[in-house]
Design a protein around this ligand. Structure first.
Ligand code: SF4
Length: 252
C-alpha cells in the first residue's frame, strides 16, 4: 500500500494522521473548496500556455487562456465543490479572473524559455522501499518555479515542495536549481510576488529525516490500524477539514 510518498501526502500526515487515513487508506476523496478550485484553475491556465511554449508550438492567446481558466473553475463547480457558508461563486470567479490577468501579464511573460511544464518525477530511493513522487509546475535552466494563488506569502522553509523539487531536479541533472514561488496575491488588487530560495544539502538531509520518520510511523499506524487525530491546529475545524463530518463533527 505504501509504495511512494509525495510532498502533499507528507504535509497531510504532519497535519493530522486521521485526515491521511481517510484520504490514502480509505481512498475517500473530498470535493475541493472554492479556493482550491481557484488555485487548480490558475495552475491549469499556466500549464495550458507554458506547455505550448516548452514545445515551441503556437501559444494560446491571453484571452483564450483567461477563458480557459474561468472554464476550468466553472467545470469544477459543475462537478461539485465543498461550499461553506459565505462562499460566493460569482465573486470567486471575478477574483480568479483578476488574478489570472496578473498571471498572464506579470508572471508568464518572464518565463521565456521553460524546459518542462508539469513534469512528473517518480524516484526510487536507494536503501528505501518507499519512493518519492513529485510534479513540478514549470522548470527552466537552473530554476524550478511553483505557482501559488494565496493572500499570504509562503515560507519556503516551512513547506516541502521547494526541497522535494530541488532534490528531484538535482537527481536528474546533477545540478542544484534555484527555487521560486510565483505567488499571485489574492488581494483587493491582486499582484505578483516572487519568493526566491535556494535549498542546501542540510535542507535535503532534514527532509529525508522527516521522510524516514513519516514512513516508519505510517507503516506502524497501518499495521496497528491506529491513527492519531490532531485537533490542535487551524486545520481541525468544520471550515478547513474536509473530513470533519467523518470525524470530529460526526453525529453532531
Ligand atoms: S476533524 Fe480534526 S482530527 Fe478529524 S480528521 Fe479533521 S483535522 Fe483530523
Amino acid at each position: 500500500m505504501l509504495d511512494h510518498l509525495s510532498p502533499s501526502q507528507m504535509s497531510m500526515w504532519g497535519r493530522c494522521q486521521v485526515q491521511w487515513y481517510f484520504r490514502y487508506v480509505e481512498g475517500l476523496k473530498i470535493p475541493p473548496s472554492v479556493s482550491m478550485a481557484q488555485g487548480s484553475a490558475m495552475h491549469e491556465g499556466a500549464r495550458f500556455k507554458l506547455a505550448a511554449r516548452v514545445e515551441g508550438a503556437e501559444e494560446p492567446s491571453d484571452s483564450d487562456t483567461e477563458e480557459y481558466i474561468v472554464n476550468e473553475f466553472e467545470e469544477a463547480g459543475r462537478k461539485g465543490l465543498d461550499l461553506k457558508e459565505g462562499d460566493d461563486l460569482g465573486k470567486a470567479k471575478d477574483e480568479l479572473t483578476a488574478c489570472g490577468k496578473v498571471l498572464l501579464e506579470e508572471s508568464l511573460p518572464d518565463i521565456t524559455t521553460p524546459t518542462a511544464s508539469e513534469k512528473r518525477y517518480d524516484l526510487n530511493l536507494e536503501d528505501r522501499d518507499v519512493g518519492l513522487v513529485a510534479i513540478t509546475d514549470v522548470e527552466e535552466e537552473g530554476r524550478v518555479r511553483d505557482f501559488k494563488l494565496t493572500s499570504k506569502t509562503p515560507d519556503p522553509l516551512s513547506e516541502l515542495q521547494p526541497v522535494v523539487y530541488t532534490y528531484c531536479r538535482w537527481q536528474e541533472t546533477g545540478e542544484v536549481p534555484d527555487f521560486t514561488y510565483e505567488v499571485v496575491k489574492k488581494l483587493k488588487t491582486p499582484k505578483l510576488e516572487r519568493v526566491n530560495h535556494r535549498c542546501t544539502e542540510a535542507d535535503i538531509n532534514f527532509f529525508f529525516a522527516q521522510f524516514d520518520a513519516a514512513v516508519f510511523q505510517m507503516k506502524h499506524a497501518i499495521e496497528a490500524g491506529n491513527f492519531v487525530p490532531n485537533p490542535c491546529g487551524w486545520w481541525c475545524s468544520e471550515s478547513w477539514c474536509g473530513y470533519w463530518n467523518h470525524c470530529r463533527g460526526k453525529g453532531v
